[in-house]
Design a protein. Structure first.
Length: 212
């Protein structure tokens, strides 16, 4: 049994159409998943890695720092890899990456990141030996010798006064009540007592004679 020619033609056209559809979907999906822009920013540099771009078209990449060109528009093909030093900055600065893909605006990128301030670390310096002469040391004051606890056995100095052992003279007894006038006063007192006794005896005799 022969198959009609028209049926074969219809089957072939259907198979071809399905195949073309799969190929078209594959071609559309491949660029979308292949474009991989990766870039990082530190305090001192920016690194850009662009992979799997369409090498049959013209692609460009531009990098600016704080509005100034760090990398003017540069063309590339399938890939682009670059690490650029950032200018020194005392405050945070914006870093902008612009990628224009030649196979469609959907694959282009326009992103901005911030570069922080690098912490400054002063270089270590080896200390130089000091050339200043050392100051002269002040001699310590001499210590006063402590007194010895052992009594001295040396004889007393000849200049010390020696106590007198001679008896005091008679004229030196005025302070104790004894002097050269004491015997005279005692004799006068005895004479006065005797004279008074004699007068008393004479008076009694006269009175007795007068009564008799």
């Amino acid at each position: 049994m022969k198959v009609p020619t028209r049926a074969w033609k219809r089957s072939g056209a259907l198979i071809a159409g399905v195949a073309v559809g799969f190929v078209g979907v594959g071609l559309c999906a491949t660029p979308a998943s292949a474009h991989t822009p990766v870039w990082t920013v530190t305090c001192s540099e920016v690194t850009v890695d662009l992979k799997a771009y369409n090498g049959n078209v013209t692609n460009t990449v531009t990098i600016t720092v704080d509005g100034k060109d760090l990398l003017p528009a540069k063309e590339f093909g399938r890939e682009f890899h670059e690490t650029l030093k950032l200018p020194e900055h005392k405050t945070e600065v914006p870093v902008r990456l612009v990628v224009k893909a030649g196979d469609g605006e959907g694959f282009s990128r326009d992103e901005t990141k911030t570069s922080p301030v690098c912490e400054s670390t002063p270089p270590s310096e080896t200390p130089k030996p000091s050339e200043t002469p050392e100051p002269s040391k002040t001699p310590e004051p001499s210590k006063t010798p402590e007194p010895s606890d052992t009594p001295s056995t040396e004889p007393p100095s000849s200049d010390a006064p020696v106590p007198s052992t001679s008896a005091p003279a008679p004229g030196d007894l005025a302070e104790t009540g004894g002097s050269s006038a004491t015997p005279v006063i005692a004799g006068a007192a005895v004479a006065a007592v005797l004279a008074g006794g004699g007068i008393l005896v004479a008076t009694r005799k006269r009175r007795a004679a007068a009564r008799g």
